[in-house]
Design a protein around this ligand. Structure first.
Ligand code: ATP
Length: 237
């Protein structure tokens, strides 16, 4: 059974249709990547999964149950966490306070100390900067903080929207290696990326989204080898 599934989902922003009946599945334990150009609808797909917008039609299923009408904060409690594009950290709050925000929806149902230990284990850099304001971190560190915050809720599935965006190459490598580590700890990952090469390299399966439609799907390796994907997303003809 799929852990997370989108079935025939359409989304409109006013009269603009951003998603045209897309379907995708994420199975437990997988890293699934969604690639696509600017404006293809990747962020819209993530927001639909996180419960941050209304579907025009179709459904979102989690653990076999229709959660299409479930509010975003309730999805966090169920085990779906989103690290949004652009990170959305709180610049004036300390690193520790930012991380604590990730447990807010859970009403302390998850042991917070255990979550801190796990996150600091994964990101020693955040431990060192625990008392520092979030806004003073480097871009790469802010991305770590955003991922750490999502992990504080001990999610079953982590939705990552363009985690490598705007980062220097050494941070990009680090972020992808952290994504693999998170997955090895048993967390299922859905990753949206423009950095298609690395993202497909780490993906069990992947989907290509073009102007609101899924146009290709396969294993990460299959899509990496696909000439059309190479030409459009990997910068090689
Ligand atoms: P990017 O990589 O540039 O962030 P994306 O693949 O994440 O792109 P979306 O942000 O999901 O794309 O946008 C899909 C389409 O919906 C685009 O054509 C975009 O202009 C449109 N869109 C997104 N948000 C809104 C909004 N709030 N109002 C109107 N149109 C929107």
């Amino acid at each position: 059974m799929a852990l997370l599934e989108i079935k025939d989902v359409s989304v409109h922003y006013g009269r603009i249709q951003a998603l045209h009946g897309i379907s995708l599945t994420v199975n437990e334990g997988e890293i699934v990547t969604l690639i696509g150009a600017n404006g293809a609808g990747k962020t819209t797909t993530m927001r639909a999964l996180a419960g941050l917008l209304n579907l025009s039609s179709g459904s979102v299923m989690f653990e076999g149950e229709d959660i299409s009408k479930l509010a975003g904060h309730k999805r966090v409690v169920r085990g779906i966490s989103l690290t949004p594009e652009g990170r959305g950290i709180f610049p004036a709050m300390t690193v520790r306070e930012n991380l604590e925000m990730g447990t807010y929806a859970l009403k302390r149902r998850t042991p917070v100390d255990e979550s801190f230990d796990k996150v600091f284990d994964l990101f020693p850099r955040l431990k060192e900067r625990e008392a520092q304001a979030g806004g003073t971190l480097s871009g790469g560190e802010q991305q770590m903080l955003a991922i750490g915050r999502a992990l504080m809720g001990q999610p079953k599935v982590l939705l990552l929207d363009e985690p490598s965006m705007g980062l220097a190459p050494q941070f990009i490598r680090q972020i992808f290696s952290i994504i693999s580590q998170v997955n090895e700890q048993g967390i299922t990952v859905l990753l949206v990326e423009q950095n298609a090469n690395q993202a497909l390299g780490r993906a069990d399966r992947a989907y290509v989204l073009e102007t609101g439609r899924i146009t290709r799907t396969g294993s990460g390796a299959e899509l990496l080898a696909d000439p059309a994907v190479k030409e459009a997303y990997l910068g090689v003809a």
